[in-house]
Design a binder for this molecule. Structure first.
Ligand code: GLN
Length: 257
């Protein structure tokens, strides 16, 4: 009888520990249970931009399909580009998805999914600027979006192919950088090709230089500790790439321009 009681107590204890572990596990897949919180910077058309109150674009739609596959509800947080990686690292957001280029420095801070799109850094100038090549940018005022790869390249020293921090004006987003160019505060803006096309289309008197700067891969960023979420999201992304859904979304936004 005594042994039976002991056994029962032990069984209950084991059950308790297991149920706690199970709870802990389901809690830890995402920041908020049942939700997939994506951090982005919604002034990067056609990847993410505002249409009224909604955030739409290639990244928003791909993330929506991923969330569906995982049975989660997508929530989008619109923050400055430079706050995305720190926010994911701190566990404030589940994923960072913002036309984000995979770089070695970023790989030390977050982990990345497979790449789902390509980017190219290009240079926007005013039609009457007289700037025709990257070489003409020496001594000019360069506008960038803070903390982006365009900023990182341009701010580097001339020996490393940059133009020096002192020649670079850092804006909180692409919209503001283009406003700075239109107002004559900077002579050019270095930014990714697709947003560049969208900005040139939406603003009179601007053009993109023929020479491009660098080729890049876009991917989704995760907290390094959340390998379970990374695997699940990456598997969903792989399926969406394989069945053509990702290409369909890209074509919808990029051919629609
Ligand atoms: N692809 C660039 C980067 O990762 C710019 C991204 C963005 O401005 N949203 O830095």
């Amino acid at each position: 009888m005594k042994n039976l009681k002991k056994l029962l107590a032990l069984a209950l204890a084991v059950l308790f520990v297991f149920s706690m572990a199970a709870c802990g596990k389901s809690d830890s897949l995402t920041v908020e249970e049942g939700k997939l919180i994506m951090a982005t910077n919604a002034s990067f058309p056609p990847y993410e931009y505002k249409e009224g109150k909604d955030i739409v674009g290639i990244d928003a739609e791909i993330a929506g399909l991923i969330a569906d596959k995982l049975g989660l509800e997508l929530e989008i947080a619109d923050i400055e580009f430079g706050s995305i990686i720190p926010g994911v690292q701190k566990g404030k957001y589940d994923i960072g998805m913002a036309g984000m280029t995979v770089t070695d420095e970023r790989k030390e801070m977050v982990s990345f999914s497979d790449s789902y799109a390509k980017g190219v850094q290009v240079v926007i100038v005013t039609e009457d600027s007289g700037i025709t090549s990257i070489d003409d940018l020496e001594g000019k005022k360069i506008g960038v979006q803070e903390a982006t790869t365009g900023d990182i390249y341009a701010s580097d020293t001339p020996e490393n192919g940059g133009f020096g921090e002192e020649n670079v004006t850092k804006y909180a987003n692409g919209n503001l950088a283009v406003e700075g160019l239109k107002a004559g505060k900077v002579d050019c803006v270095i930014i990714d090709n697709e947003p560049a096309k969208a900005y040139v289309k939406a603003n009179e008197g601007l053009k993109i230089l023929d020479t491009s700067y660098t080729d890049e891969d876009y991917a989704i960023a995760f907290n390094k500790d959340n390998t379970e979420l990374q695997t699940k999201v990456n598997d969903a992304l792989k399926e969406l790439i394989a069945d053509g859904s990702v290409q369909k979304i890209i074509d919808k936004y990029i051919s629609a321009e």
